[in-house]
Ligand binder design. Structure first.
Ligand code: GLN
Length: 547
């Protein structure tokens, strides 16, 4: 369902234009959203755009990272387990981004060391400059092929030891290709003097200049928005023209940011820097944002997760793509989604009805391990028995199968072998291809990953929603419905409404008589776009809005 930008052969030799996005002062400013928003501006102007994210950590990818620390692991069509920022690139650009567009320090060093072992450097010293820097440049250029614009976001902030080689690499690319440097920085608001302070940004720009980069544009995050005196100071001290200082105050929704930038002429100013003319507008995007903001009717949706709270904090980015998918669907269904995350362990201690009756619908998202699993099962039982709309994603489908087996098909104690290896009814078992990976402790990039096709049963609920029989969704899991129990579950009323083309793997389940009860082994949340909401989420949100 996602539209890919297919590069015609004649374009493949085109010299790319780069927009490098770097950070100042602190992390967590939303540099990824800024990068994605710039991408949207240029795409809406009729240019082809792709995005590359550089993460300075040594991990090869985000797949082995704890969600509570690093947030969601985004999965690409081609099976990458990558940084969540790339999810925003896909959503804002409305196109697929391949896994190679997420570069990490680990990947760069691994590749250089492998080349060294293969004598690819002809026996000379292999060094940071030029070899590591060249590797980074090559990787960026590989992703650039054929696009009018390549946005490259360098993780971290100026002055970090970790991103030094990456800044060197983008400085060199900037000498060889047409480019613009954009720095995203922060202006803290001091209440006692009632003003935004510019000094940290001044220092951040100085740090960037130490590696030979002067920003062409400054995008300044703040609580309250920048005023003229502050712009004047920054222009004088950071050597950035006032018209290229872009105000980026806190807003309600990230989807407003392209519009906020457009009002300040950012797209046109960037195009002018490259000698290009504007040739489009953001009207489609604006229509989506208007729909999102104008919807009056509220629907309350609960997400039952294991990674909800951590110490004293609530996580907002562990189920990021699920949250965004609900928002896309809500806008198109003309409702306001009020989303709440519920720690699943609570549903093991308290009566689920007490906690869940305030919701119009429940989503059980993906997850790993045993914590809170019974709470998820209790939530699903509550939905099934009370005709409350339910959508299950990956582990959410596995727990729905377990719940049905236990409470509707007479298999008391049924479970997934991930949680209970000795269960009498292993209705969820390990994928054959995964056994050895676990035995060998081969955990990185070794799950069933990326896009797989599925065939939907004609006349089923999911078939009606997708409006077609053949679909493709992204996966990230090791376990699946155990084929030995399918007949028994079916005769108890559970419908397997989608399978792999060879019918071996169960990809969708549903209960047709229910208001909405559907689940998938896949992660459809990675395919939802603001301008193209995902049919499953749309169906679910619409059902939540029905009395
Ligand atoms: N832990 C389950 C599995 O590996 C589900 C994974 C998920 O929800 N992404 O199969």
């Amino acid at each position: 369902m996602s539209s890919t930008h297919n590069v015609p052969d004649s374009e493949k030799t085109k010299k790319p234009r780069f927009i490098f996005v770097v950070g100042g002062v602190l992390s967590g400013l939303g540099k990824g959203v800024v990068t994605a928003s710039i991408g949207r501006l240029l795409k809406s102007e009729g240019y082809s755009v792709t995005g590359v994210k550089i993460d300075p950590y040594i991990n090869i990818d985000a797949g082995t990272m704890r969600p509570t620390e690093h947030g969601e692991v985004f999965v690409t069509d081609d099976g990458g387990e990558i940084d969540q920022d790339l999810g925003n690139y896909e959503r804002f650009l409305g196109q697929v981004v391949p896994k190679r567009n997420n570069i990490t320090t680990g990947q760069i060093y691994l590749s250089v060391i492998q080349k060294e072992r293969q004598l690819k450097y002809g026996g000379r010293d292999v060094e940071m400059i030029p070899d590591i820097v060249n590797e980074v440049k090559e990787r960026i250029l590989e992703s650039a092929n054929g696009y009018d614009f390549v946005l490259v976001e360098v993780g971290g902030t100026s002055g970090d030891i970790e991103n030094m080689v990456f800044l060197h690499a983008v400085r060199e690319l900037g000498r060889e290709y047409p480019c613009a440097y954009v720095m995203v920085s922060y202006l803290p608001y001091l209440r006692n003097v009632n003003e935004l302070k510019t000094k940290p940004t001044q220092h951040a720009v100085c740090k960037l200049r130490e590696v030979g980069i002067s920003p062409d544009f400054l995008i300044l995050r703040s609580e309250i928005g920048i005023d003229e005196p502050r712009k004047w100071i920054i222009e004088k001290r950071c050597f950035v023209n006032k018209e290229n200082i872009i105000d980026d105050p806190d807003v309600k929704s990230i989807y407003e940011i392209p519009l906020l930038f457009e009002k300040q002429g950012l797209g046109k100013k960037l195009l002018a820097k490259f000698g290009l003319k504007p040739r489009g507008n953001l009207s489609e995007w604006k229509a989506f944002v208007d729909k999102m903001q104008n919807a009056k009717k509220e629907v309350r949706i609960g997400i039952i997760g294991k990674y909800v709270s951590h110490g004293n904090t609530e996580h907002s980015d562990v189920y990021l793509s699920v949250l965004e998918s609900i928002k896309h669907a809500a806008a198109h269904a003309g409702v306001q989604a009020k989303i709440e995350q519920v720690q699943s362990t609570i549903l093991e201690e308290k009566n689920p009805k007490e906690i869940l009756s305030c919701f119009d619908g429940i989503i059980v998202p993906g997850g790993f391990g045993s914590t809170g699993i019974e709470g998820k099962i209790n939530a699903i039982q509550y939905c099934r028995e009370n005709d409350v709309p339910f959508l299950g994603l990956c582990l959410g489908m596995q727990t729905a199968v377990i719940e049905y087996a236990r409470n509707a098909a007479g298999m008391t104690g049924a479970h997934s072998t991930e949680i209970d290896a000795k269960t009498q009814y292993p209705v969820i078992g390990i994928l054959e291809s995964q056994k050895k990976n676990l035995e060998d402790e081969n955990y990185g990039a070794s799950m069933r990953l990326g896009a797989y096709p599925a065939v939907l049963k004609k006349g089923s609920v999911v078939h009606g929603l997708y409006g077609k029989e053949n679909v493709s969704e992204r996966h990230r899991h090791r376990y699946e419905v155990n084929p030995d129990y399918i007949e028994k579950l079916e005769s108890a009323g559970l419908v397997f409404s989608g399978t792999s083309p060879d019918k071996r793997l169960m990809e969708f389940i549903e209960l047709p008589k229910h208001k909405f009860f559907a689940a998938t082994q896949a992660h459809p949340e990675f395919n939802s776009r603001p301008l193209e909401p995902h049919p499953l989420f749309l169906g679910f949100v619409k059902a939540c809005g029905k009395k």
